[in-house]
Design a protein around this ligand. Sequence first.
Ligand code: SF4
Length: 348
Amino acid sequence: MSDHSEYSRGDLRNTGLRLKHDREWDYELDRIAEAIDERDADTVGLQFPEGLKRRAPSVADDIRELVDDVTVLISGQPCYGACDLDTYLMKRTDVFVHFGHSPMKESEKIIYVPLFSNVEVTPIMAEALDTLDDPGVAPEIGLVTTAQHMNRFDEMREFLEDRGYTVRTRRGDDRLTHEGQVLGCNYASADVNADQVLYVGGGKFHPLGLAMEHPEKRVVIADPVNNVVTVADTEQFMKQRFGAVHRAMDAESWGVIFCTKIGQGRWEEAQRILDDNDDAYLLTMDEVTPDRLRNFDVDAFVNTGCPRITTDDGPRFHKPMLTPGEYDAAVGNKPLSEIGFDTFHGTW
Ligand code: SF4
């Protein structure tokens, strides 16, 4: 993957982990070294998200300095979430470390190193007060963030409470580790009784998904990484989605993608579409890219894997790519007005 400017503004790569400058992260090397010793490990596997892969060799060096006689294997597979564990490497190493995401499902085999951001959050929250509805008018406010800023969640809550807001938060479902945490595919933590939600975190990827999932709420973005306050605007996104559904309405053949990544498989959804349509063919793959689909001669695709590939990267595919809900609208199973954001619940 080259320069990220070719991707849409909500793209995965524009999160807090896409760094403009080097930042010091705590890789929890002592915890890793301890596990290597305890398990008398010969091999250790390391998996980094895209934005931190360039730091992998120096982390490997640090581990080799701390422990003798261990072979370090670095995953070269793409990685965009805890849904995306390198299971091949996991099975073949004595210790497996996944950096940069909070656990989607705990396992003794995996050491999750969350890599909390050390960026201050209250200065940008203070700026966001001008954009938020006044607590005198709208005291209820939802508060959400990403795993990288979870270490400051209490601080965020206190900041708002001190200014008169009643802060509404919830844990969400199994796919989420923390109260107030959102993922690009899951905003259950924002199902709270408040008309406005403050998202504190880097990039627009998460708040745009949040605003699509909760069109009834006003989503204010306080971005401490890029130091900007904005309001999430989904108009461009929604136009693009309606366009894709319209283009797929004439489709006579469909490729239904079943993603083989451990946390991205929705078998029942894929099976439902196959049962519904004699002209649908099940395609299995891990990474879903335009290149991999180009040789399939079908009229449209339905992606049951990561919903953000569909909504954010959709225009890069040679044929319309729809979410399962959008498929239903395209074939007339439900009205177009009922299409919503494709959320992903549960784990594996
Ligand atoms: S499936 Fe969810 S957690 Fe995984 S990469 Fe997509 S948005 Fe992120």
